[in-house]
Each structure stands twice: as structure tokens, then as C-alpha cells.
Design a protein around this ligand. Structure first.
Ligand code: AVJ
Length: 330
């Protein structure tokens, strides 16, 4: 018999590989070579990111966790329908291990909210792991995972009756360039109705040294995370990047309000990428730009929201004002 599921799986994997190949070829052809931070998260990269979140220098995860814990009641009140009996949907874009979301989920269950949790991810494996842990820890929770890209999932959910609350936590919004961020927010806002809500995590501008240290930790985990991009291409694209001749470099630019991360070629070198059937030349100290991590101020957040046709209804922050979880409505 035909294994349709396996065939479909192979088909998507093939498409993903083609997209990756095109992306790498385009990015490495530019005068300022660039690769998207989107490709950090293969299995090894996801494991390294888990380690980053536990680092003493990496304040965002810990801070957002504290802030969600501290403001769980007010946050839940801002997110759930005014008629507390009314059923609603809690959608989460890029749920990960759900550690932070579980604070809200637990609180909503304890206060008898009638809701369905809808984690959205393009990776079915990630959602399986999350669903299993939720069945274990919060057996009363209704979970309806959707394996799809964010905008497809939102369009799908728009047809259902009841308020949609969309969570996009963890300062993932910081990875977008301003123009891409605007387009992304408009895509999120478009299928929503006035009764729906968004909760978005924004990392705030603070002492530049604290920000820089978070992306250049003493143990070198962030360096390994950045360098894994090249190791991934060696594995998946049969490239021959020699990791001994590459360095992680990162800096925070207070003018632009962004951390920029680079991979630096420590000598002139030629790299062959077999899957592309191409070679790429790197001069000594030439850089590949691999990530932006924008940091925001409260007035900037309001302006960004307004541009996308959204209004900030509440802005929750921690005692040190390091991080903000922002409630928005269309
Ligand atoms: C997952 C995008 C929130 O930008 O802080 C951490 C990724 N990169 N250390 C961030 C990241 C280097 C992280 N986000």
C-alpha cells in the first residue's frame, strides 16, 4: 500500500531543502553576505537555544517568565472576554516548550475560563512534544494544535465563533527588520475582528552593556549557536565550512536599537557548497550578518502598533523594566 503520510513528509522536506538552498545562494551572493536567523533552529540549534535561555547573561526568558507570573491575573483579565462565561481561543505562534504560556494556561483554568489552546507551529514534532507535556501537566486543558504557518492558521481560525487571543511571546518580534515587522503585524491583524486580542513580547532598551552581554555570553553558548548555522550547512548542504576559521561577533547599536550578530571569516578562504554546486569566496575578516535583535521603547511600541492598525490597550512590564508583554486590539 501507498504510504501517503510518508510521501507527503518527503515532499515537504524536499521543499524545505529547496528553500534553504535558494536562501543560502542568495544571501552569500550579496556584497554584505547575510543568512537568516530563521535557520538557527535545527535540532542542534534548538538544543543550544534551550541552553541560552538558562544562561546568567540571557535575561529575556527569565524576565518574561517573572512578569507573566507577577501579572497573571491582570493579563488574563485583559485577554479573556468581558463576559467571562464566553468561550474563546488562545492561539500561540511559536509555542516552543510552552513553559511561559503554562503560567497563563494554569491561571485561566483555575479561574474557570472556557477556552481552547491552539498552539501553531510549522513543525509537527514540536507540537507533539508540547501536547504530550500539556496532557500530563494540565489534563483539563482543551488543546487543538495546528501544523501550519502563522497566517494560514489565523485565517483558518477566523471562521470559528468566539474571541481569538493571539500570543507571540519571547521577543521573537525583535528578529524582524522594521519593514518585515510591519508586514508581519499587518498579516496578523488582517484576519482579526475588533473583539480579538494580541499579546506580544517586546524586549526593552536598557543598559547597552547588559544587552550586549546577553548575546555574547562568557561560556560561549551563543557563539556555538551562531556557528551551528555553518555546521548545519555542512550537514544539510554538504558544505565544507571549517569552523576553526570562523568567529562569533555581536554588538548592540543604541542608535538603531538593535543587536547585530555576525560570523567572521578569520582568514581568506573558499568554501564549497556541494548541494549548490558553487564555491564562495571570503576575504580575511569578511562578515556574514546572521541576526538582528531589536530592542524597543514604550513609545516605539505604540507607534509600531498604530502603523499596523493596532492599538495598545495594556503594557505589562517587570520591576526593572527590562521586558514588556503588550496587549493589543485591532
Ligand atoms: C528567540 C529571537 C527571542 O533574539 O533574543 C538568542 C534568539 N539569538 N541569542 C533573541 C537569540 C541569540 C532570541 N529570540
Amino acid at each position: 500500500p501507498l504510504d501517503v503520510a510518508a510521501e507527503q513528509q518527503a515532499e515537504t522536506e524536499n521543499q524545505e531543502l529547496e528553500t534553504l538552498k535558494k536562501h543560502v545562494a542568495d544571501g552569500l551572493r550579496r556584497p554584505q553576505k547575510t543568512l537568516s536567523s530563521m535557520y538557527f533552529y535545527d535540532d542542534e540549534g534548538s538544543r543550544l537555544f534551550q541552553q541560552i535561555m538558562a544562561l546568567p547573561e540571557y535575561y529575556p526568558t527569565r524576565t518574561e517568565f517573572q512578569l507573566l507570573t507577577q501579572h497573571q491575573a491582570a493579563l488574563s483579565a485583559a485577554l479573556r472576554p468581558t463576559n467571562t462565561q464566553e468561550p474563546f481561543f488562545l492561539l500561540e505562534l511559536g509555542a516552543g516548550d510552552g513553559l511561559k504560556t503554562k503560567i497563563l494556561l494554569r491561571y485561566l483554568l483555575e479561574t474557570n475560563a472556557d477556552f481552547t489552546y491552539v498552539p501553531v507551529d510549522i513543525s509537527g514534532a514540536a507540537l507533539d512534544g508540547l501536547s504530550a507535556s500539556l496532557r500530563d501537566e494540565l489534563p483539563a486543558l482543551r488543546v487543538e494544535p495546528i501544523v501550519a504557518d502563522y497566517s494560514a492558521a489565523l485565517r483558518l481560525m477566523a471562521a470559528r465563533t468566539g474571541r481569538k487571543v493571539v500570543l507571540f511571546l519571547g521577543s521573537n518580534i525583535g528578529n524582524f527588520l522594521p519593514s518585515d515587522r510591519l508586514a508581519f503585524l499587518r498579516t496578523l491583524a488582517e484576519p482579526l475582528s475588533p473583539n480579538d486580542r494580541l499579546l506580544i513580547g517586546f524586549d526593552l532598551q536598557k543598559d547597552p552593556r547588559i544587552i550586549r552581554a546577553a548575546y555574547d555570553d562568557a561560556q560561549g553558548v551563543t557563539a556555538a549557536f551562531n556557528l551551528n548555522l555553518l555546521a548545519r550547512f555542512n550537514r544539510e548542504l554538504r558544505a565544507d565550512f571549517d569552523l576553526a576559521h570562523w568567529q562569533h561577533y555581536t554588538d548592540y547599536d543604541p542608535l538603531a536599537g538593535t543587536v547585530r550578530s555576525f560570523l567572521v571569516s578569520t582568514r581568506a578562504q573558499v568554501v564549497h557548497i556541494a548541494a549548490l554546486n558553487q564555491v564562495f569566496h571570503f576575504a580575511a575578516w569578511e562578515t556574514i550578518h546572521t541576526e538582528n535583535s531589536y530592542k524597543f521603547t514604550a513609545p516605539q511600541i505604540r507607534a509600531i502598533a498604530a502603523e499596523a492598525g493596532l492599538t495598545v490597550t495594556e503594557l505589562f512590564t517587570d520591576e526593572q523594566e527590562y521586558f514588556a508583554d503588550v496587549v493589543l486590539r485591532p
